[in-house]
Design a protein around this ligand. Sequence first.
Ligand code: GLU
Length: 489
Amino acid sequence: MIKTRFAPSPTGYLHVGGLRTALYAYLIAKKNNGNFILRIEDTDRERFVEGATENLLRSLAWAGIKPDEGVIFSEDKKRIEQIGKNGPYIQSERLEIYKKYVDQLISEEKAYYCFCSKERLEELRKIQEVNKQPTGYDGYCRNLSLEEVKKRIANNEKYVIRMKMPREGITKFTDLIRGEIEFKNELIDDQVIFKADGFPTYHLAVVIDDHLMEITQVIRGEEWLSSTPKHLVLYKMFGWQPPQFAHLPLLLNPDKSKLSKRQGDVAVEDYRDKGYLPEALLNFVAFLGWNPGTEKEIFSLAELIQNFSLERVNKAGAVFNLDKLNWYNKEYLKIIDEKRLLDLCGPLLEEKYSISNSQFSISKVIALEKERATTLLELVKNLRFIFEDLPYESDVLVWKKDNQEGTKNKLQELYNYLNTLSVQEWTKDNLDKKVGEWIKEKDYGVGNVLWPMRVALAGQKNSPGPYEIAEVLGREKSLERINKAIKKL
Ligand code: GLU
């Protein structure tokens, strides 16, 4: 069975790069009827942030990526739960497991106790830097006798445990994206695998967990590529079959530097809060480094599952282009289900305007601007004119071919005419027909009437058409706004 995993560290929020990693791992699992696992890697206690796991789960759930195994939210979203037979899936709950394996490596002399102090390591580093040597641990404790080790432990000396990297040979593997990769073992120093605080390091924990959780493909960011040979050496030490590896290309700012907070938002929650749709963000991140090989750009999650493959992921860094994300969001806003849009925008409108006692059909209100907005927040902002009478200057009412006086007269006559129409007649199509005929009869010219009518109704220069707005506002409010406009002139 194919099993992939997303293994974030709870240090804050879900990064868009993390979302892409999670998505790709999810797609590979789903495409092969496999399982997608969510594991929390919280062994670095210094970087641990309270609430970060909940935050990660919330962002993933929002994006629609649902783990089959591992750490999940309870139904009521109030508690964290774990599902699956290979748990626990939170590394800090697996310390005994790591301890057992590290003891095994020690007894097999594949790992050793290291008592080197921080000061010694700092000194070592300085010397290496001065001598322009590669920095790294020099193996000082690698050959301590068992006796000495016992004595120092009995003396309560602090220690870490390091793996014995082979001093020669190469470690190679075939990356599913990057092909053959080789590392010279001599260039890798003896990695700490167990820390003084009783926690394993990432290297040890990731190998043990990926093995015990039966992960078949490790999909992760390129920044982990240099860790892979260390992991492969550990697999070998344990005598385990390693999984396959795929290292995803870096995400870049438009100036090709590594994607950073300084140049824009990187947290998934920021995009959610700005009113991006999860399906738009997902579709967008799917294309950061992958393409289907066709012109098609809009992919639902189901279509991504069907079409995605690691073979079509590029090696080169992928530029995070906000314009493209905006394009996606606009496209998805055009096709979004009406009820869902209402559910998403309702609370936002509620928060911004006093809509509870308004007479309007909120669905119709939303439809007015939905084709023109980039995000939900922009959509909500653009609807202000419906809920509030916007201030505007009287000259905005005057069509370029008319004047103040003429505009006033026409609006007054229009008002008188509209006043004869009933509430039942007050629909977009009927107004279109009736007012159209009336303009013709009066021979006023379309622009001379519709421009001031639209500005009167919207209170601004740019807006949807007058009939659409009139229908949404309803008879009473429309007449009130036209009357107000006449008084301005
Ligand atoms: N915990 C690592 C991270 O935060 C996971 C790296 C991996 O996938 O192996 O990204």
